[in-house]
Ligand binder design. Structure first.
Ligand code: SF4
Ligand code: SF4
Length: 336
């Protein structure tokens, strides 16, 4: 483990930026977002990023390929993802969110080449929480506020310093490169730092720890009808969520030339499943809201053995009409 004085954090990021694009928390008009680091002081007094950092590995929109030509002689040029990157300042619930997305994009028979390339090229630098926000409930869904998860380097914050624990070969490399601004830490001190951080109680938002919902919860019509009342189908819940990963692919075309794009999508949008012939298997808010929660609490856990919610609380904070995960978790008995 190494110690980094907070006053040296910008210098640490500067060293990382010599070899890779660095993303760091930055405050814009009161909102803390993970953005390409601009050389200034990163935000360091945030409880969590206001929007999930998943776009570092799964951009909100990205070009997949460029094409040119007619039917007979079309040429296609693949657009490669950007090069090496480092994302600093990600909280444990968001590291856990990226792990859940990764299982879908790289853990099955098909590997999403763009996601895999970005993950391979991106160092994740997690930071333990020391304070829970008013909407956090990671403790109810099996995530700890001090869980390093799949981070390459994990930081334990103290008042005047960050304690950096490398967790992968890449993490070791990053810390070696930044050795000039890092101080050695004795094994005893490292143990004390970790123990003090792990003493933080995981927030549960008033919900009991939750296991997966059985698929039979699908049939709870009265519950889903009540829960979904007023849903605006705006998709904000999916856009802020660190685990939602639906996307659509579309062409932006002029004449015979164009770009094939991929962009985030949401099962909450009315046209998400609209098919040729105007058939829509989920035509109402009730069916779409049910799908969102059943996917996170039943279908995904059945496949991957853990919930597809990490308790970040952003949907609690963001839904304009108060439809969110904590309502479902608190009313689990009613759902069943
Ligand atoms: S549940 Fe809330 S945030 Fe999600 S689509 Fe409906 S109104 Fe929007
Ligand atoms: S469902 Fe809500 S609380 Fe759970 S990970 Fe997504 S945004 Fe966070």
């Amino acid at each position: 483990m190494k110690r980094l004085k907070r006053s040296d954090l910008a210098r640490f990021l500067e060293i990382l930026s010599e070899d890779r694009t660095v993303y760091a928390p930055q405050c814009e008009d009161g909102t803390v977002l993970l953005r390409e680091w601009d050389g200034g002081e990163p935000a360091d007094d945030y409880i969590n990023l206001d929007v999930s950092p998943k776009d570092v590995l799964f951009p909100q929109s990205e070009a997949l390929c460029r094409f040119c030509g007619g039917f007979a002689d079309t040429s296609v040029e693949t657009v490669e993802p950007d090069g090496p990157a480092a994302a600093f300042g990600i909280r444990p619930c968001d590291i856990a969110g990226l792990e859940r997305i990764e299982r879908v994009f790289t853990g099955g028979d098909f590997t999403d080449a763009n996601y895999a390339a970005r993950r391979e090229n991106t160092a994740l630098i997690g930071v333990a929480c020391s304070e829970a926000g008013p909407n956090c409930f990671c403790g109810a869904v099996g995530v700890s506020p001090t869980l390093p998860g799949g981070s390459d380097v994990f930081c334990y914050p103290e008042e005047s310093a960050l304690y950096l624990q490398p967790r992968t070969d890449l993490g070791e490399e990053l810390l070696e490169a930044a050795d000039d601004v890092l101080e050695d830490v004795s094994a005893d001190e490292a143990d004390q730092v970790v123990s003090a951080a792990e003493a933080m109680e995981a927030p549960r938002g008033g919900a009991d720890p939750v296991e997966a919902l059985p698929q039979g919860a699908f049939e709870s019509d009265a519950f889903w009808a009540d829960l979904s009342e007023g849903c605006l189908s705006c998709g904000v819940c999916a856009y802020v969520c660190p685990t939602c990963h639906c996307f659509s692919i579309f062409d932006v075309q002029r004449g015979f030339s164009g770009v094939r794009m991929r962009g985030w999508d949401s099962c909450q949008f009315e046209e998400f499943l609209l098919m040729a012939g105007d058939h829509n298997p989920r035509p109402t808010e009730q069916e779409r809201v049910r799908q969102r929660f059943m996917h996170k609490l039943s279908y995904y856990p059945e496949e991957h053995d853990e919930l597809m919610c990490t308790g970040c609380g952003r949907c609690v904070q963001s839904c304009p009409v108060g439809i969110h995960m904590l309502r479902v978790l608190k009313d689990t008995e009613e759902v069943l």
